[in-house]
Design a protein around this ligand. Sequence first.
Ligand code: ACM
Length: 639
Amino acid sequence: METTNCADTIIRLETWCTEDRQINCILSASGDTLISNHTLCFSMLAPCEVAEGAKLRRMTASYVELHFEQDVLGAAQSQQFSLRYENNRTPANRSWLPKGAYLRLQDGCILPVEIVARGIDPNFTTKLPEQQANPSSRDLMLTPTPQSWEPSGDQLHMGDGYMLDASWDAEEAATSVLAVEALAQRNNIAPFLSQNGVPLRFIRKQTLAEDAYELTISPKEITLAASTAAGVFHGAITLLNLKLICGGTIPCGQVTDAPRFEWRGQHLDCARHYYQPETLLRLLDMMALLKLNRFHWHFCDDEAFRLEVESYPQLWQQSGLRGEGRVVPGVFGGTAGPQGGTYSKAFVKELVAHAKHLHIEILPEIEVPAHSWAALQIHPELRDSVDQSNEVSVQGYLNNTINPALPAAWTYMEALTKEVAGLFPFAHLHLGCDERPPAAWTKSPAIEKLKTEQGFATADDVQGWMMDKLAAYIRSLGVRPAAWEEASKGANGGINNDAILFSWTQQGPGLEAARKGYSVVMTPAAHAYWDLAPSADFNEIGLNWAGNTSLADSINWDPVPENEPELERKIIGAQGCLWSEVVQQDANMETMMAPRILGIAEIGWATRANKPDAEQLTQKAACYAKLFSAIGWHQDVRD
Ligand code: ACM
């Protein structure tokens, strides 16, 4: 059968989920064209099996290529097949349906495929009705909730914004208040400062802690007291928020405020999905509006290494773009591509400068030893060439783990960590260490030799040694190490070196690490992973391996157990994470974060006694829906 000219042919893949966990698909083509000998390429959310109707040609993690026994496709001949997720996983929502489909013909020609998903409600919305905070209410409706708010009962009509009076010295104004004005301008919520605004007076109050501030709001003027630029910034952010959520009239009274935790983070996975640089700048602006002060930048993983490093340029040159004929196929909606991008050093400089103005520090992450599939395709010398472990990661990647028994692995890890840490003035570096596949290193002679030499019994001992050695190396450069919770495993106590551990599966591993003396940031999936679907509704997007994470879940927890108050010293904060498997476009980030990011802002800043409950947070979220809209933050984009 001959392939005719397909230019006018529309090829469709209709998809739907059945009651018995299958995903049924019909591939069809319009018009008179007959297509044959084609391969259907698409991505799923996790590894799949073909239940019937097609043959698997290739599967790389969740990227799938199928061909068909009855392989003629035309107006009268469609192809029907069914898929099933491995391990009996139930497709939970629209994210679990096929994405990024295309046909590859025998001559290499690529044809786009339009996916039509059945069972999706086009009118589905979870956007909260926008509400304005009532300035006469006793509740300030501000997120995060300040330590103390004493309303006087009066109101202030501010007109256009706030006007700095003569009490401001140039430095305070430039480093803090003008940064808030610039943020307002960039995000279409200006003016913050205005010649016609209400007078804003500054008092330097040395007794206040670094991030603390006080506001005295009276009907005719406002006084902001702080001891540092950070305190002034937070006070100014509060004033900008009040203007936005209350409209032109804000309640009078006294705000006394300081954060509960030093680490109030937001993470973004830019490996699974490439976000435009502009999106990252906008995310930092949103973080600053919510007094979040740590951006955890995850730019390398199995699917990509996106930072333009000089030490290993092929890493980003070969993995930054994915799709047909590339090192990384079109996973997670990648299509034939090429799709994706990389972040230049010039952009890193811009991001660092942007963060500095917003009093945010950036924590970059280099993932080792696992989650390194893309790196290992490009640098196979980082694996033992005779290793027969054939480890498969939970995400379905085969052989994704760097081998620390090889000198080449140390050359790689030391060069990369040194170069990357050197780009970020925070002088902290996250070394990954999550989800090493259980089979990794089990059949590597080089690892066997290392174990014998060092007296290690288990792979966790090898990992603990490796993390400790790498952490000691970056410590020698003046950089504080950080890693996921697994890095505390191993007979030597794990990574050591005053590392910060991120507790992600639950809080338990973080509590154990804190008891051992580690500093810990809590980011438990069930409360702080924005890639988990907010509800079980099929119209949502998101994963569900730790259940759903609702707005209520984002606030219904505490990083420190009440019966172990001594851990408050070691648990240095909390963080929201957004992994990007379900992200098809940048705006999905906004829909997945808003409004749940309000929960982590409260958890990180508010005291245990005055943080809102789920109902109060929902009321605040309605006020912040107005703010999200005002800055163009999409709350309802899922495709
Ligand atoms: C993780 O979610 N694998 C840290």
